[in-house]
Design a protein around this ligand. Structure first.
Ligand code: C2E
Ligand code: MG
Ligand code: MG
Ligand code: MG
Length: 279
């Protein structure tokens, strides 16, 4: 009977696995087409100076609206794009689009683009960044590349060389989702990032979980001592914003300030802030 049950479990398991694999394959095929069909778009989320509440930059976030499935979350399609290698093409599209979108904005406003570790390991990556900047006319200092901590795990010598070349071009570098990977501190010693993004999992529990308060404080003061800016992700409440600022983290991003918006709304947001606080 045990054997029988074991076999049945196995069959069910296989069927579910096969279904999941088929679903991934379908998404992968649809994504390949979507790139050509123009189904991808970018949404832009403001990043603010917590003290003045002024917008200092925007993070570009990939959005996909499938004609039948509707909106597909990046939490679904980014991992599939990474596994299938499509992230290289998608990432290049995001980079070029974001540079072109941001070029006409106020020259004090930066644009942050997420980059997967696979893109970093592409031979063409540096040339792609250079081209995206040249074609759009965006000054390199206005482009910020966000790299996740876990991306640093692979092939760190090569990674270091690429980061140094980007730095030499004048591009800024942020470490994304800080605190969720394994080797962040080690990496900060090898390469001075311009900014650390404190992961939203810590921000979410501020004021309710002592450990999160301690971690946010520790990361913010690490930033102060190393001369690296810190930004807290996922700020949803005024209490969280106050706690983050009190911890000496100067910048924030989250629904409290704004959800990610379509590119057409960026000039409106910037104009509204010029009216609210004339220079
Ligand atoms: P991320 O880079 O850490 O981006 C922040 C995510 O947090 C975004 O989710 C954003 O919409 C969400 N968020 C912002 N403020 C709040 C808040 O106050 N509360 C909550 N609950 N969430 C907030 P999104 O757009 O779904 O993107 C998820 C992840 O997908 C990103 O995390 C990033 O890792 C990845 N991703 C998105 N676009 C790209 C891309 O163009 N390239 C690559 N490689 N990855 C991307
Ligand atoms: Mg990011
Ligand atoms: Mg993040
Ligand atoms: Mg994240």
């Amino acid at each position: 009977a045990a054997k029988q049950r074991g076999r049945n479990t196995h069959v069910v398991y296989d069927a579910t696995m096969a279904q999941a694999l088929e679903e991934r394959r379908l998404i992968e095929v649809a994504m390949r087409r979507a790139l050509f069909a123009g189904e991808f778009a970018l949404a832009y989320q403001p990043q603010v100076d917590l003290r003045s509440r002024r917008i200092i930059g925007f993070e570009a976030l990939a959005r996909w609206t499938h004609p039948e499935r509707g909106v597909v979350s990046p939490e679904i399609f980014i991992p599939i794009a990474e596994e299938s290698g499509l992230i290289v093409e998608l990432g290049e599209w995001v980079l070029r689009r974001a540079c072109a979108d941001a070029a006409p904005w106020d020259p004090a406003i930066t644009v942050a683009v997420n980059v997967s570790s696979q893109q970093f390991h592409e031979e063409r990556f540096l040339a792609t960044v250079r081209e995206a900047l040249e074609d759009s006319g965006l000054p390199p200092g206005r482009l910020e590349l966000e790299v996740t901590e876990s991306a640093m795990l692979h092939d760190s010598e090569k990674m270091l060389a690429v980061l140094n070349s980007l730095r030499a071009m004048g591009v800024r570098l942020s470490m994304d989702d800080f605190g969720t990977g394994y080797c962040a501190l080690n990496y900060l010693q090898k390469f001075p990032f311009d900014k650390i993004k404190i992961d939203q999992s810590f921000v979410r529990n501020l004021g309710s979980k002592e450990e999160s308060d301690a971690i946010v404080r520790a990361v913010a003061s690490l930033g102060v001592s190393l001369g690296i800016k810190t930004i807290a992700e996922g700020i949803e409440t005024q209490d969280q914003a106050d706690l983050v600022l009190d911890a000496a983290c100067g910048e924030g991003q989250g629904y409290l300030f704004s959800r990610p918006v379509p590119v057409g709304m960026v000039p409106e947001l910037l104009a509204a802030q010029r009216e609210a606080h004339p220079a």
